[in-house]
Ligand binder design. Sequence first.
Ligand code: UT7
Length: 308
Amino acid sequence: MSGLRVTGWGTALPDRVVTNAELAETLDTSDEWIVERTGISERRVGGTTSELAIAAGRAALAKAGLEGSDIDVLLLATTTGDRIVPATAPTVQDALGITGGAVDLNAACSGFVYGLVMANGLLATGARRILLIGAETLSKITDWSDRSNAILFGDGAGALVIEATDGEGDLLGWDLGSDGSVTHILKCEHQGTIEMDGKEVFRRAVRVMVDSSRASLAKAGLDVGDIDLIVPHQANLRIIHSACQKLGIEPERASIVIDRYGNTSSASIPLALVDAIDSGRVTSGDTLLLTGFGAGMTWASAVLRWSR
Ligand code: UT7
């Protein structure tokens, strides 16, 4: 039996910083409103999804001490691929010198945690090393004249190298879900921009994050008191605080990057995870709860032991 172990991590962000004050130059909004209602102060904008994914993937490989040719499968979680067909993963595979398989997966903002669970399944059936990347250029599908949307989104990427380890590994429990009956509350049609019923998404988001977190903890045989750090999808600081409160997790135990990067969909959980690792908030033996929700509506949670 093989399980997973994280051995490398990395991120990539565009250089261009767009502050709330800059948005307020063209939109009827203010820094105060955006910070108070979302927790966002600035976001990064620029590049292509493949460029960001390549940079984050390269950093994660370097951290793991591996080459692209060591990777059996590249999983790229994204909703904003460079084009419709082919997928973006082959572009990243080629640039990184990966000789194994490469595929995009789209579960919106839940995509990275979906990918983590799929990686675990691949390792259980014979793969040895997987590169999992979440990368987005949401700026491409944002209506920059709509104040209720433009303030939320940003671009970026985060990546993990995941290797097989004997035994059950570090993924202790997981929960994946989907409810396609509410596709209409958050979507982007071909050639369109993001359309959203913000209040409805907010209401459902808190509920599914809480339920899914509890389900993954139950599968791990743990409870919230065992969690050292929660790494939530970064959509709105109020959603995170509300979910933490309902779960009984102090907000100080949450990794937060939304203030700097906004909502980066598939990239938000790896960006928050790597930020916590690099700032020394994660130590060997810690138990992490990754939880997210997104368009679909989808949701995904994973309990991950950190054994680096
Ligand atoms: O990855 C998942 C993606 N999406 C989400 O997670 C979004 C979840 N929803 C949200 O984060 C929040 O619903 C928003 C941030 C989108 C909106 O915040 P809200 O507190 O739900 O505001 P609201 O939509 O109820 O609007 C309240 C007021 C309205 O004005 P009136 O009708 O009361 O006069 C809006 O027009 O705030 C107004 N408003 C703004 N005012 C200043 C909406 N956007 C803005 C803005 N600046 N940017």
